[in-house]
Design a protein around this ligand. Structure first.
Ligand code: TRP
Length: 339
């Protein structure tokens, strides 16, 4: 029996290289050996974008197209839309009885995010909403509603998974063995740094190269990359290890890496040419993804069908789990076949 995998992504913008290398490439591999459910977490995106429904709506399809273009195969994986599975919301309600507010405030992921969202939640987090503070609970429902056994996530999400496990243990202790306790599955790819030297690539950081970016857009971003600050003139020798362009060459110019390194150290390589080569290689790398994107953009009905069929499969699974939950919680009134 294949194990179930559940993971999710918030539809708040198009996917970038950081998503691809850190998350989606891993999903593409996992779909070969596991039963995968990939959730487009629109309800979770609304927790801090509730006042921007257009943004979330638009990005559900954009993210679906990005995932399909990157190699998520609807014949192997289930791709679905979170808000179309009411069982997740239902389960969230029952879970919320077993989680203290203090425990949610102590969750390190939530703490960090509240700090990052000062504009929304206030400097001291005094404006945090009920929905936002509760999102670890609904994320636990995301996972358990599909009997998720393995959850591929970045290390920033580990506290959420720990809290999910706590909820499952408590639930099973009170109501009897009902839900599966999930394990995390860490990707071995370290987080992709931004070309600006930031530890992370992100939309809000303004340093993201999107999967759909044109050569001109990629060029603009790469030209602004941080290089060795001690290199002033084109033929000054420099240290590639402190250069963000070289950091990206390591990923996208593997065949020429030795030459790039040597020429840089010897002052035989100007930064502009070095950047141009990177632009070329990233563009070539993204070409097959963009060709697929073009196909889905031209055929939106194909995307709709994939989402609808995936969501139907997800609904069936969540219904089956919810039946078990209701039975064990003794709220399965008038259920057919009830003894
Ligand atoms: N919180 C995750 C993120 O921001 C997305 C997500 C939603 C998720 N539901 C999930 C991840 C369930 C794993 C499992 O990246």
């Amino acid at each position: 029996m294949k194990k179930n995998i559940l993971s999710g992504i918030r539809p708040t913008g198009n996917l970038h290289l950081g998503h691809l290398l850190g998350t989606v490439d891993n999903w593409v591999k996992l779909q070969e050996s596991y039963n995968c459910y990939f959730e487009i977490a629109d309800a979770q995106a609304l927790t801090d974008n509730f006042d921007n429904p257009d943004k979330v709506n638009r990005n559900v399809k954009e993210v679906a197209i990005d995932l399909l273009s990157s190699g998520i195969d609807p014949n192997k994986s289930v791709i679905f839309i979170q808000s179309m599975i009411p069982e997740i919301a239902e389960l969230t309600v029952y879970f919320s009885n077993m989680v203290t507010v203090a425990r949610l405030y102590r969750n390190p992921t939530v703490k960090t995010e509240i700090k990052q969202k000062k504009a929304l939640f206030g400097v001291k987090g005094e404006g945090v909403t009920y929905g936002f503070i509760g999102y670890p609970v609904s994320q636990a429902a995301d996972i358990t509603a599909f009997d998720g056994e393995l959850v591929p996530v970045g290390d920033d999400q580990l506290p959420l998974l720990e809290q999910c496990r706590e909820i499952v243990r408590k639930f099973n202790t009170i109501y009897g063995e009902t839900l599966k306790e999930p394990a995390h599955y860490l990707s071995n790819m370290p987080r992709l740094k931004g070309l600006d030297g930031n530890e992370k690539m992100g939309k809000s950081l303004g340093n993201a190269i999107y999967l759909k970016d044109s050569a001109e857009e990629i060029n603009k971003k790469v030209m602004n990359a941080i290089t060795d600050p001690n290199k002033i003139k084109k033929d000054d020798p420099a240290n590639p290890e402190v250069c963000m362009v070289y950091y990206y060459h390591k990923l996208f110019s593997k065949d020429d890496l030795e030459t790039i390194n040597k020429e840089c150290r010897l002052g035989q390589r100007g930064c502009v040419n070095c950047k141009k080569q990177l632009v070329q290689n990233i563009t070539t790398f993204l070409k097959p993804i963009q060709e697929k994107r073009h196909y889905y953009e031209m055929n939106p009905e194909v995307v709709d069908k994939i989402l609808l069929e995936g969501t139907k499969k997800a609904q069936a699974k969540a219904k089956e789990v919810m039946k078990r939950v209701k039975k064990n919680m003794k709220i399965d009134y008038f259920e057919e076949g009830k003894d």
